[in-house]
Write a protein of this length. Structure first.
Length: 214
């Protein structure tokens, strides 16, 4: 299964040949059907999808690359094609001018909501994370006002989920609150660390307002 798409098919040949020698007709047919179904479903659908997600590569891209590598270099090319394309994608991700190309090679382009959730998972925002968020904002053509809304709502949802707050998340939540009374209450009760029951109640109230505004 290391070789996408045809590796699982090739792997079924030895056991089928062995079964042809040692088994009767019906057991051989049953074994062959089970092997083909298992290998094709696992190797071509499940494992390829998992590999695409783990490597963040488009399954269509994997198919094209492996087919081209087989045509160019044979079976060795197919084996080397996946790590080779992963290396290329990593290089493209780390060069500002080519980062949009790396996003196109991904299984799917991340939404800005997903990017903010990933960036805020530790409650902080590094310079590198901020730069990537800005690049994604430009690529997706999202306005600054929309970014403020997305960042604030993400911070609110993360604080409710984790029951903890960081100074950055508190600032994002307060900035997005349009209700002056609720804004003042949030500024009063929110503090870094574990959230009080009152804080969570106010955050849930704000989350409800944000869902209505969307």
């Amino acid at each position: 299964n290391y070789v996408p798409y045809i590796g699982s098919l090739i792997a079924t040949i030895p056991p089928i040949l062995f079964g042809f020698v040692t088994l009767g007709t019906m057991p051989l047919i049953v074994m062959t059907v089970l092997l083909l179904v298992n290998q094709q479903v696992w190797g071509n659908v499940i494992e390829t999808k998992w590999a695409g997600r783990a490597l963040d590569l488009s399954p269509v891209l994997l198919l094209i690359v492996t087919a081209f590598s087989f045509w160019l270099w044979g079976i060795i090319g197919m084996i080397l094609s996946v790590p080779f394309i992963v290396i290329i994608k990593i290089v493209l991700e780390n060069i500002e001018a080519t980062r949009p190309i790396a996003i196109l090679l991904s299984e799917r382009a991340p939404t800005l909501e997903e990017a903010w959730e990933e960036a805020l998972k530790d409650g902080r925002l590094t310079l590198g994370e901020n730069h990537k968020l800005r690049e994604l904002q430009k690529l997706l053509d999202v306005s600054d006002d929309q970014v403020v809304f997305i960042a604030g709502r993400t911070a609110v949802n993360l604080m409710i989920k984790r029951r903890r707050a960081s100074p950055l998340e508190i600032g994002l939540a307060v900035d997005i609150c349009l209700d002056a009374e609720l804004r003042a209450e949030l500024a009063r009760v929110l503090s870094p660390g574990r959230l009080s029951d009152e804080s969570r109640k106010l955050l849930k109230q704000l989350a409800g307002q944000l869902d209505e505004e969307e």
